[in-house]
Design a protein around this ligand. Structure first.
Ligand code: PMP
Length: 410
């Protein structure tokens, strides 16, 4: 029965991990997945999460393993919605929010719903985009098209081509997936003015915006006040701009994997902003029926931890400080890699390493250069040339820079 099936290659992230594990070199380095690592290359449990775990534990009773309701843990998904939409959360009756199996589940549930409800002729993904976007949308039977995003020559946003493609090639009712901030894999975001122009096109062409919010930008610590003053509102600026215009309904997939380090707990939410309470009621019915069919109920533990942090002012401030710690280390590592490449005189321009934001840097290295880094330097990165900057630390950054340098001189 199954012998006629196509052979499907392993997802590039997992293939990379397998190859890395099989490498016996003591100097091997992997800069693959977007998982935060501390200065010693170890996973980091956020201190705020540890505190929240204690609070959750102390309040647990014999119902701790009960099922959640189908939409999930209400204190979590309402606080998650408020984090994204801020004061715009009213009129509340126009929103539908449900807890999902992290950001992947939110993208997937959203794709199921939008493919059924809108029957789009295509979904538009940035070129490049998170590899799973195309996988998810193909699995719900929607044609996947891409709009220009990364210009390899300029190592910059291909904005004019993006707008042109969206204007000339889309069909009303199509879905457009937009990365809320810290675009994966390029680390390049549109400016606010560019976001406004993208919103204009979506409005004019009647495209349905589906934001994917899986990352945060760099927060900066305000030492005078002793806590993070970096602005999570900035992360949500683009989607709030779309929502604020009042002319478009939209969807948002939200993940707490990276920003709370809750990767394996699978904490996320799907939000739909609809045009009226009546529409919201209908959307809710459809979403809950899909959720029931796909997972019945989402898991409890991670959502209670996240809700504890989001709803307690003191813990919330501590969480911002944790975010600061992660983002400042990543920023330092960007600088360290840049400095090493400059001091080696590595051919090419490396300014983009400093200007890109979030966890990733899209280096512009070719697949041949990537494989030479692996063969000669035991440095493992995706063939797209994307590196996860959080995998860098003081002990490996020189080695990685030398591997890049050697590959660029071949
Ligand atoms: N969207 C994007 C753009 C991502 O990069 C990721 C994680 N790599 C996700 C969604 C989903 O992550 P998770 O399922 O862990 O929340």
């Amino acid at each position: 029965l199954f012998s006629e099936l196509d052979d499907i290659p392993l997802d590039p992230h997992y293939a990379l991990k397998e190859d890395f594990s099989a490498d016996t070199s003591p100097s091997k380095v992997i800069l693959g997945s977007g998982i935060y690592r501390d200065k010693d290359g170890k996973p980091w449990v956020l201190p705020t999460v540890v505190e929240a775990e204690e609070i959750v534990k102390a309040s647990e009773d014999s119902g701790r393993y009960d099922y959640l309701p189908i939409p999930g843990y209400a204190p979590f998904y309402t606080a998650a919605r408020d984090l994204l939409f801020g004061a715009l959360s009213s009129p509340e009756e126009n929103f539908v929010s449900v807890q999902t199996i992290s950001g992947t589940g939110a993208n997937s549930l959203g794709a199921h719903f939008l493919s059924n409800a809108l029957k789009p002729s295509a979904v538009w993904l940035s070129n490049p985009s998170w590899v799973n976007h195309a996988n998810i949308w193909k699995s719900v039977g929607v044609a996947v098209r891409s709009y220009p995003y990364w210009n390899p020559e300029r190592k910059a946003l291909d904005f004019e081509d993006m707008i042109q493609t969206l204007t000339l090639e889309t069909t009303p009712g199509d879905v457009i997936v937009l990365h809320g901030c810290a675009h994966n894999p390029t680390g390049l975001d549109p400016t606010k003015d560019q976001w406004k122009m993208i919103a204009n096109v979506c409005e004019r062409r009647e495209l349905f915006p589906f934001f994917d919010c899986a990352y945060t930008q760099e927060l900066t610590r305000d030492n005078s006040q002793g806590f993070a003053s970096g602005n999570l509102d900035e992360d949500a600026w683009a989607l709030r701009h779309f929502a604020f215009r009042g002319s478009m309904e939209l969807a948002v997939a939200q993940s707490f994997s990276k920003n709370m380090g809750l990767y394996g707990e699978r904490v996320g939410a799907l939000h739909l902003l609809t045009g009226s309470p009546d529409a919201a009621g209908k959307v809710k019915g459809h979403i809950l029926r899909l959720q029931r069919g796909l997972i019945s109920q989402p898991p409890k533990r991670g959502a209670t931890i996240a809700a504890t942090i989001l709803k307690d002012t003191t813990l919330f401030q501590k969480w911002l400080a944790d975010l600061c710690e992660m983002s400042s280390r990543i920023k330092c590592m960007r600088q360290a890699l840049y400095d090493e490449l400059i001091s080696l005189g590595t051919p090419g321009n490396w300014d983009h390493i400093l200007t890109q934001i979030g966890m990733f840097s899209y280096t512009g290295l070719s697949p041949e250069q990537v494989s030479s880094m692996r063969n000669d330097g035991h440095v493992y990165i995706l063939s797209s040339g994307r590196i996860s900057v959080s995998g860098l630390n003081n002990a490996n950054v020189k080695h990685v820079a030398r591997a890049i340098d050697k590959a660029c001189r071949k």
